[in-house]
Design a protein around this ligand. Sequence first.
Ligand code: SAM
Length: 227
Amino acid sequence: MRLRNITGCREMIADSPYVADEERLPDAPGTWGERFGNDHPIHIEIGMGKGQFLHALAKMHPEINFIGIEKYSAVLLRAVQRMEEEPLGNLLFLRMDAENITSVFAPGEVDRIYLNFSDPWPKDRHAKRRLPSRQFLGRYDRILKPEGFLEFKTDNRTLFDFAVEELAEAGWTADFITYDLHADPELVQGNVMTEYETKFSAMGTPICKYRIRRDPASEQVKANRSR
Ligand code: SAM
């Protein structure tokens, strides 16, 4: 994602009622229901970008609370502007690095996780920064409900192959894997497009997607939880 240096965007983000910030949320774990004023399920998107996907989903599903996580204020600003144009009571944003995700959600507080078109970090030595890496799956394991699941979409076949290989290592298992989502009449039903998906599918690039959950028998998952 190209970042423009937008003057004052950090301040605009800090002042926005739609944005929480990990530094201002020392007591966040376990309190998201209170913040939304209900006990609806919580679905999060990590690496939300400008928020097209989550804003559309939140509009379609008022019975679910959505939280979009994005590292950069300059990117998040567009999602905030979209909320100012069309406010939704069931959508909030968190400006933070997802590496610290276990410090803002309590164990089992999250019902579903979305990763969309995550940064590929192509160098091997950066593999653990990839959002579908085993290191991140370990973090997701801590905050996701036992029956919760994670969906990942990408145009990047190399990143997707890596993500699929990480599953067994991390103790997760796939409900489905597709290498061409838009050509699958069943899986594409109800698909909500992200900004990157709109761009890449218009260019004819196939979109890969999986849905994964923890394998209850996995030793890795048990070890992760006992740490
Ligand atoms: N999900 C959007 C889409 O599909 O259109 C945006 C995709 S963009 C390629 C990836 C986004 O993830 C960027 O905005 C980047 O800043 C964000 N990101 C990458 N690593 C992150 C991390 N560790 N924590 C939070 N956000 C992250």
